[in-house]
Design a protein around this ligand. Structure first.
Ligand code: DX5
Ligand code: ZN
Length: 222
């Protein structure tokens, strides 16, 4: 089991040749396929629905990591799990009854994650943390690929990692937004163990080399 997981975000992939890009990162050893779902309401952009997830599922055995950036995620959880999601992450800012939503994901046999925007306090997940497989800390404001990493989130990575370790949990800490070879070691040092990267991987010509180099840079922070 690798200590660091790489989660290429297909938001920056070539949508006209998605399967080819997915196979390239899978063959390079990326553990998660990060799938950004946006509804034009929670964030100012629209992306992928369950049909795309289902189509990709047929050609990949990676862990499908579905990041729901939508209002009322409760109404979409079932269809993304049926389409092949292995892990579903909801934003604490979009959910009214967080415990109920987490349980709805887990009851369907899926792993559950909760995401926090850059300005959201870590305390919001304190009482549900033992239920979570993953905490996603946004290191940009959600909605677009290719934005700059916000270093103000680094102390929150440390706080969440400490909360998890104190309880002796195996919950993963995922960082998402502006992650690249230059800051990978820094986020790992702060406590992240799953690195999402969109533009840093898919904007390169050699996707396999991009995955391997990001992992090398990240492991240097262990
Ligand atoms: C942003 C998405 C990210 C995005 C990351 O709202 O959640 O997953 O694809 O893209 P980069 O790595 O380019 O910042
Ligand atoms: Zn994402």
């Amino acid at each position: 089991m690798p200590l660091i997981k790489i989660a290429p975000s297909i938001l920056s992939a070539n949508f006209a040749a998605l399967q080819k890009d997915v196979s390239a990162v899978e063959n390079a050893g990326a553990e998660y396929l990060h799938i950004d779902v946006m509804d034009g309401h929670f964030v100012p952009n629209i992306t992928i629905g369950p049909l795309v997830v289902q189509a990709l599922r047929a050609g990949s055995s990676m862990c499908f990591d579905v990041h729901l950036m939508v209002e009322n995620p409760d109404s979409f959880i079932g269809s993304f799990i049926a389409a092949g999601a292995d892990l579903v992450t909801v934003h604490v800012e979009s959910v009214r009854h967080l415990h109920r939503t987490i349980m709805a994901i887990k009851e369907k046999g899926c792993r559950a994650g909760v995401a926090l925007n850059p300005a959201t306090l870590p305390d919001t997940i304190e009482y549900v943390l033992p239920l979570l497989d993953l905490v996603l800390l946004m290191t940009v404001n959600p909605g677009f690929g290719g934005q700059n990493f916000i270093p103000l989130v680094l102390p929150k990575i440390r706080i969440v990692r400490t909360m998890i370790n104190r309880l002796g949990l195996k919950t993963e800490v995922q960082v998402d937004g502006g992650i690249n070879r230059d800051n990978a070691a820094t986020v790992v040092q702060a406590g992240a163990d799953v690195l999402v990267a969109g533009s840093a991987i898919f904007n390169r010509n050699d996707l396999g080399a991009a995955v391997r180099q990001l992992r090398e840079a990240a492991v240097a922070g262990l």
